[in-house]
Design a binder for this molecule. Structure first.
Ligand code: ATP
Ligand code: MG
Length: 225
């Protein structure tokens, strides 16, 4: 069963948001999911302290269990295993990448963020050399405008394409709903439309992103089968 890692050494690039959006969306669709919170900041463990019906999908590694052992154990039991790592290139990121069927590189479509994301890509390339295997990966833009594509974003898209780096067609738009998931410690479906503007659009966006990720995984897994 696929292991999906959200990795970008830049702090605040959307790793935890993308992990919990995808994890809860798949769970709401009936899939069995676990999301490992491998970040000592424990963003997702704190989210799981709320009363979401999906709170049990978050797994916090114990100090004694090796991350790769935990990944292998969960992978044999659940349909999707996500790993949310810290915003620094560290041992957990390497361990998670060693098991990844897909590395998601979330980033804002900003020049400064794109520069840091190239570090994530070169880190991934060095892991590929180290493990002697291809690690499927794709950039996911976050906090994009649902209305317009800015000139900066267009340029970054072109640069990414010319560097041959795969990118999700759908992005996670800037929506209050995505930050409210953390504020209220719940899934999109558990938010109240009265308190959260554009909730429907956010849910639609999450479903679209999830479908694209499943499609990507399917393609990669078929290719190695
Ligand atoms: N699509 C979005 N719309 C609105 N807010 C967002 C969106 N994506 C992320 N955010 C907000 O951006 C901030 C950073 O996101 P997040 O915590 O997911 O990043 P991170 O990469 O996990 O950070 P860290 O490196 O600190 O773990 C959070 O406050 C989150 O609520
Ligand atoms: Mg995080």
């Amino acid at each position: 069963m696929p292991v999906i890692v959200a990795a970008n050494p830049k702090g605040g690039s959307g790793k935890s948001t993308v992990s919990i959006v995808l994890g809860t969306t798949l769970s709401a669709q009936g899939a069995s999911v676990r999301v490992i919170d491998a970040d000592p900041q424990r963003t997702l463990a704190r989210w799981a302290e709320g009363s979401s019906r999906f709170r049990d999908i978050v797994v916090t590694p114990s100090q004694t269990e090796d991350l790769t052992v935990l990944i292998d154990r969960l992978q044999s039991q659940f349909q999707f295993v996500f790993i949310d790592v810290q915003g620094t290139a560290n041992q957990e990121m390497v361990a998670a990448m060693s098991r990844a069927d897909l590395v998601l590189i979330p980033m804002q479509a900003k020049t400064a963020d794109a520069e840091v994301a190239t570090r994530a890509i070169s880190l991934l390339r060095s892991q590929e050399n180290l493990f002697k295997r291809k690690i499927p990966h794709a950039i996911v833009f976050i906090r994009t405008s649902p209305i317009i594509v800015t000139r900066e974003e267009k340029e970054i898209r072109l640069n990414i394409a010319s560097a041959g780096v795969p990118r999700f067609t759908s992005s996670l738009n800037e929506r209050t709903a995505f930050s409210h998931m953390f504020a209220y410690k719940c899934s999109l479906g558990e938010l109240n439309a009265k308190d959260t503007n554009g909730l429907d659009a956010a849910q639609h966006n999450a479903v679209e992103l999830t479908a694209e990720m499943v499609q990507l995984l399917r393609k990669h897994l078929e290719a190695v089968a």
